[in-house]
Design a protein around this ligand. Structure first.
Ligand code: ATP
Ligand code: MG
Length: 283
């Protein structure tokens, strides 16, 4: 039984569980317990605060964990980053009062910076030879300048709206983060096999993100042109239709270029275009 530490509640909780569910791992929904076993996979989940997950995995109490890369870096935990999971994206940035002029990192010399990430910040300041004082606070960092605790802050930003509503502006993006799957460094062979299976399934789920399956009817004369518009994984699937001179073309397309391609395909005679959600792509 391989134990995986997950955030008990908070921003990563739901997506961690839905990722596991999307790869066929169903955890018992006993909400109030801190441990739950998967019904159909040799795994049990341990629900913890995200702050504790990196050390638990480094120490081996949990063999795997899903947590923000920012927490792993801040705690300096000695773990393997087995996969980036593509959710929980954010950055840790330096922000200052919005009325101040900013011409570069020199701004921070002699200033106080409030943060919940003192280790990441002090490493950054040292690398850039900036002499600032770090004020550690664990919550509501964005109010520190207004409260007279500091002149600047170093905090998590995703959309930036919290900064704006506190009269601050982001001036340096220091650390990019997302949720990661971490692993203890001393997995035995059996544990490694379970991790490899998890990674294989996760990949197939992540590969399908942002992609759509597209199928359409196309006049045979336009087929070569359509294939140029729609490169597929190997090559598009082409099937004859009962009507002479027409065929059906199937392929996978990036959602970001979907509408542009649909326009081009319609212009060369494509009809009955269907766009279908994709769940897994197993390469
Ligand atoms: P816990 O109770 O588990 O200690 P928390 O309050 O420390 O939770 P959350 O706010 O739930 O943490 O955030 C968990 C992680 O989500 C962060 O460490 C970060 O990696 C990621 N994240 C993504 N976007 C944001 C955001 N806008 N603000 C904060 N964290 C974010
Ligand atoms: Mg926390």
């Amino acid at each position: 039984m391989l134990r995986i530490a997950l955030q008990s509640k908070g921003r990563l909780h739901d997506e961690s569980l839905s990722l596991l569910q999307s790869i066929g791992i169903r955890l018992d929904e006993q909400k109030r317990t801190f441990l739950s076993k998967a019904r159909n996979f040799d795994i049990e989940a341990l629900y913890m605060r995200d702050d504790d997950i990196p050390q638990l995995v480094a120490a081996g109490t949990a063999r795997l964990g899903i947590v923000g890369l920012n927490e792993v870096e801040e705690k300096g935990a000695d773990v393997d980053i087995a996969a980036r999971l593509g959710f929980g994206g954010c950055r840790i940035s330096l922000a200052i009062p919005k009325g101040d002029t900013y011409e570069g990192l020199d701004y921070f010399n002699g200033k106080r910076i409030a943060t919940s990430y003192p280790n990441i910040l002090s490493k950054f300041l040292k690398e850039n030879r900036i002499d600032a004082r770090i004020e550690v606070i664990t919550g509501s960092v964005e109010i520190a300048p207004a409260a007279g605790i500091s002149e600047a802050i170093f905090d998590i930003v995703s959309s930036g709206s919290t900064l704006v509503s506190n009269g601050l502006k982001e001036v340096e993006k220091v650390f990019e983060s997302e949720a990661v799957l971490i692993a203890n460094r001393t997995l035995d062979t059996g544990e490694r096999e379970i991790l490899d299976e998890l990674l294989f399934r996760t990949d197939s789920s992540l590969n399908s993100r942002g992609k759509k399956y597209i199928l359409m009817n196309i006049p045979t004369g336009s087929l070569d042109e359509a294939i140029r518009i729609l490169p597929a994984m190997r090559s598009p699937t082409v099937m004859p239709l009962a009507t002479e001179g027409w065929c059906s073309l199937h392929s996978v397309v990036d959602e970001s270029s979907l509408w542009e391609k649909v326009k081009l395909l319609k212009a060369i005679g494509a009809e009955g275009i269907l766009v279908v959600d994709l769940d897994k792509i197993i390469l």
